[in-house]
Write a protein that binds this ligand. Structure first.
Ligand code: DC
Length: 230
């Protein structure tokens, strides 16, 4: 047996990355880190501090403020969920709001933001036994991860899943808005200069358009076990 491994899950927005990553971490008793939550937390900070105004952000102001931002995760035993802390405050719900989703991609394209967050992301892998999802985990954060999965799904299926998730949480939105936001984020995330969303050459593609969460977990668990030589 090889022991614990690092698992990188990348892919487009609303492809079910976090659902699979959480299930995989639970099944393997691994740590789960949502790297997108970190970019969302920086975006929330920028919004609260007036660094983002009328949909535009002040680049220099943002870079100057970065040392004042701390991001952490804690496990809430009451709801059995990992929650994101921004400067010690639980912002898990706030960072999922549509306003943050529509502002996060330009913020995550800022080189200095990425440098800070990638360093933090790498610090979670000290003892392996980690599942992390994002856009550049297999290509940049952990290029030596033992297992890399690149998730994709039909754009219309992704939009419908996202729409249903938001409406189930009580947020008012439309399919048109959801489609537009996903298309914009896909474009910015995959065309930015620093560490754009691309599939690592050694990543296994998982198209989950027609797969249930259970089928995806089985697929990923089989791969993980084979990489652990189990
Ligand atoms: O996974 P998510 O939708 O919560 O991610 C929010 C944004 O953060 C996404 O639009 C792109 C950015 N992101 C990134 O650039 N690199 C990552 N590793 C994770 C997310």
């Amino acid at each position: 047996m090889k022991g614990k491994i690092t698992i990188a899950i990348d892919g487009f927005s609303s492809c079910g990355k976090s659902t699979l990553a959480k299930a995989l971490a639970r099944a393997l008793n691994y740590k789960y880190i949502d790297s997108g939550a970190m970019y969302r937390a920086v975006t929330l900070y920028a919004l609260d501090k007036g660094i983002i105004k009328d949909g535009h952000f002040d680049h220099d102001f943002l870079v100057h403020a970065l040392p004042d931002i701390t991001i952490d995760f804690h496990f809430n035993p009451k709801n059995q969920k990992s929650e994101t802390l921004l400067n010690g405050v639980n912002v898990e719900d706030k960072i999922r709001l549509g306003e943050i989703s529509s502002l996060v991609s330009p913020i995550s394209a800022v080189k200095e933001v990425r440098t800070k967050l990638v360093e933090l992301q790498r610090s979670y892998d000290e003892h392996k036994g980690l599942v992390m999802d994002g856009r550049d985990i297999g290509t940049n954060v952990f290029p030596k991860a033992e297992l890399k999965i690149f998730m994709t799904a039909d754009p219309e299926v992704r939009a419908m899943r996202r729409f249903e998730e938001l409406t189930a949480k009580g947020y008012h939105t439309t399919m048109v808005d959801v489609r537009t936001n996903l298309a914009e984020r896909d474009h910015i995330d995959s065309t930015r200069v620093d560490n754009p969303l691309t599939r690592a050459e050694d990543a296994i593609i998982l198209d989950n358009t027609d797969l249930s969460p259970e089928e995806q977990l089985e697929f990923a668990l089989d791969l993980a076990k084979s990489r652990m030589n189990l």
